[in-house]
Design a protein around this ligand. Structure first.
Ligand SMILES: C[S@@+](CC[C@H](N)C(=O)[O-])C[C@H]1O[C@@H](n2cnc3c(N)ncnc32)[C@H](O)[C@@H]1O
Ligand SMILES: [Zn+2]
Length: 281
């Protein structure tokens, strides 16, 4: 049985919230909502779009490539280690990586916690295509975690939300008794230097405190700051800018021109807080 087959134990219909069962190479619920399983091995759980604006489409292939290059060069290893540390060694059951992208963090945790199985949920189809191959104990689902997480109430033992959007009420709903949420938020000065001379998106301060208070009936287990200074080439600095939401607002050629003028190595602060919350057992 694949991990995606096993994940039917925890998946629910994004349209009506009923449990999902495997059907016709995809999934269906009792209300006859049907969802396809892609050839690339992920399940598409997108509800019909309601509300204003375009549905969340998530990161583009170019953003994912920039993030993969940046992560593979070790710049986020200290963050990944802090995330793994936040997940108890004896953890078992299901991990859900919300806005989990390519599954890079989920794979780190699964490598270190052999009794866990995981599912990455992300709005980006190119991301979950990669996540579907990231780890044998990891399933991948395309989903909008902002409008509703297609996981059953109390089904998740470890929820990750790393540099990603999401509703605290939904995280609370899917967590099992005793379950943990591990949430990584950038510090106000994360990649601050790259904002000099470039109109990059600002990170509002105070987010970690908000996150810690966001699930009122959970206990704050820890709030760990991971801070380092890295020396980046122009290419690496470009990846640092274009792997995140700035990619939707910035012109690559213009940013490259500014970075070349600065001259490498470009010294950049990486600073995040890893907030861990736990429900009573
Ligand atoms: C900055 S990336 C972080 C990815 C991953 N957690 C990591 O750190 O490697 C943010 C991710 O959130 C996803 N995303 C954005 N809006 C979303 C939504 N409404 N529902 C699900 N995923 C979303 C993007 O596609 C992207 O993969
Ligand atoms: Zn349904």
């Amino acid at each position: 049985m694949t991990t995606l087959d096993a994940a039917f134990d925890i998946l629910q219909c994004p349209s009506c919230g009923a449990p999902l069962v495997a059907a016709d190479g995809g999934a269906k619920c009792a209300e006859r909502h049907h969802f396809d399983r892609a050839r690339q091995g992920y399940l598409g759980l997108r509800a019909a779009h309601k509300g204003k604006g375009a549905p969340a489409s998530g990161d583009t292939p170019e953003m994912l490539e920039a993030r993969e290059r940046f992560q593979s060069q070790g710049f986020h290893d200290a963050i990944a280690a802090a995330v793994v540390d936040a997940v108890p060694v004896e953890s078992r059951g299901w991990l859900a990586d919300l806005g989990g992208g390519t599954g890079w963090y989920a794979a780190h945790v699964l490598d270190a916690r052999p009794e866990l199985r995981g599912v990455v949920l992300d709005a980006s189809a190119p991301a979950v295509r990669i996540a579907a191959r990231a780890h044998e104990r990891l399933a991948a689902v395309s989903a909008d975690v902002w409008t509703g997480i297609p996981l059953r109430d109390g089904s998740v033992d470890v929820a990750l939300r790393i540099f990603a959007p999401g509703s605290a009420a939904e995280v609370r709903r899917v967590l099992a008794p005793g379950g943990r949420a591990v949430i990584v938020v950038p510090h106000a000065d994360h990649q601050r230097e790259l904002g000099h001379g470039l109109k990059l998106l600002k990170v509002p301060a105070g987010k970690a405190e908000e996150v810690a208070a966001s699930i009122p009936d959970a206990t704050l287990v820890s709030s760990v700051e991971v801070r380092q200074r890295v020396e980046l080439s122009v290419e690496q600095a470009l990846d640092a800018v274009f792997m995140g939401p700035n990619a939707f607002h910035q012109d690559r050629a213009k940013v490259e021109k500014v970075l070349v003028e600065w001259q490498a190595p470009i010294s950049v602060t990486l600073a995040v807080t890893v907030v861990t919350l736990q429900l009573d057992a």
